[in-house]
Write a protein that binds this ligand. Structure first.
Ligand code: PXP
Length: 257
C-alpha cells in the first residue's frame, strides 16, 4: 500500500450561508469562507444549492465558481432546474443527492438503482457539458453497480449512518457500517469509479476513513464550520488536514502523507 496519494479535502460552506441567512443580511459570506479555506489548504469547495435555497443561493454558487480558484463540487438534486443551473455555472463536478424538503440535511443516499430512468438523461446532460458526475449513495452493492451502469465518474459514499453510530457509542452498528463502507469503497474502485466519502465526519472519523486506500476525497462541512466558532476556520481545516494525513499514513505503513 506504500505510495498512496494524500486524500483531497473538499470544504462544504453551506452552513456559513445558514448563519448568514438567519439574519437575512450578507454576513458571514460563504464565498469569503471558501477563499479562506483555499488559503488554509482545502483542495476543493463544495456547496449544495437546495431546491428551497435554505442556505446556498444561486448567486453564491455563481460567485464560488467565479471568485474562488479551486474545483467546485456543486451538490444538487437531479432535477431539470438544477441541471440547467449547472450547465450555466459549469462546476468541476456535480454531486447528485436525494432531497426532501422536510429533512434537516441529506438523510439518505440517492436511489441510483431505483431511479435510473430519471437519472440517466440528467447525467448525460451534465457529462455533455463537461461536468464530472458524482452520485451520493449508500455503500450498497446494487447502488454502486447502478452508479457504474449510469456512467457516473465518482461515487460519494454516505458516511452519515456510521458517524451517527460512532457518536452515539453504538459500537456494533459502527463496526458494521464501517465494514460496509470498506466493502463499498473496494467494489467502487474495482469498477473504475473514483471514490469519495462524506457526511457527518469529524476529526476522528475522517482520520479513520482516510485509511481506506480507495478514498480520493472527503467532503466535510458542518463539523468544520462548527469547530470554526471555537478555533477559527483556518485552524479547523489545518487540524482536519493533519488528522486525515495521519489516518492515511497509518494505512500506508508510513509511506504516504
Ligand atoms: N457530502 C454530501 C453529498 C452532502 O450532502 C453533505 C451535506 O451537505 C456533505 C458531504 C457534508 O456533510 P457534513 O456537513 O455533515 O460534513
Amino acid at each position: 500500500m506504500a505510495g498512496i496519494k494524500p486524500v483531497r479535502l473538499g470544504v462544504n460552506v453551506d452552513h456559513v450561508a445558514t448563519v448568514r441567512n438567519a439574519r437575512g443580511g450578507i454576513h458571514p459570506d460563504p464565498v469569503r469562507a471558501a477563499a479562506l479555506a483555499r488559503a488554509a489548504g482545502a483542495d476543493g469547495i463544495t456547496a449544495h444549492l437546495r431546491e428551497d435555497r435554505r442556505h446556498i443561493r444561486d448567486a453564491d454558487m455563481a460567485r464560488l465558481k467565479a471568485e474562488v480558484d479551486l474545483p467546485l463540487n456543486f451538490e444538487m438534486a437531479a432535477t431539470d432546474e438544477m441541471v440547467a443551473i449547472a450547465e450555466t455555472i459549469r462546476p468541476n463536478a456535480c454531486c447528485l443527492v436525494p432531497e426532501r424538503r422536510e429533512e434537516r440535511t441529506t438523510e439518505g443516499g440517492l436511489d441510483a438503482a431505483g431511479q435510473a430512468g430519471e437519472l440517466a438523461p440528467r447525467i448525460a446532460r451534465l457529462k455533455a457539458a463537461g461536468i464530472r458526475v458524482s452520485l451520493f449513495i449508500a455503500a450498497e452493492e446494487r447502488q454502486i453497480a447502478a452508479a457504474r451502469a449510469l456512467g457516473a465518474d465518482i461515487v460519494e459514499l454516505h458516511t452519515g449512518a456510521w458517524c451517527d453510530a460512532v457518536a452515539e457509542g453504538r459500537q456494533g452498528a459502527a463496526d458494521a457500517e464501517f465494514a460496509r463502507l470498506q466493502a463499498g469503497a473496494r467494489q467502487a474502485a474495482g469498477l473504475g469509479l473514483e471514490v469519495h466519502a462524506g457526511h457527518g465526519l469529524d476529526f476522528e472519523t475522517a482520520a479513520q476513513i482516510a485509511a481506506f486506500p480507495e478514498i480520493v476525497e472527503l467532503n466535510i462541512g458542518h463539523f468544520l464550520v462548527g469547530e470554526a466558532i471555537f478555533i477559527g476556520l483556518e485552524a479547523a481545516i489545518d487540524t482536519m488536514r493533519a488528522a486525515i494525513a495521519a489516518g492515511r499514513k497509518a494505512a500506508s505503513g508510513g509511506a504516504a502523507a
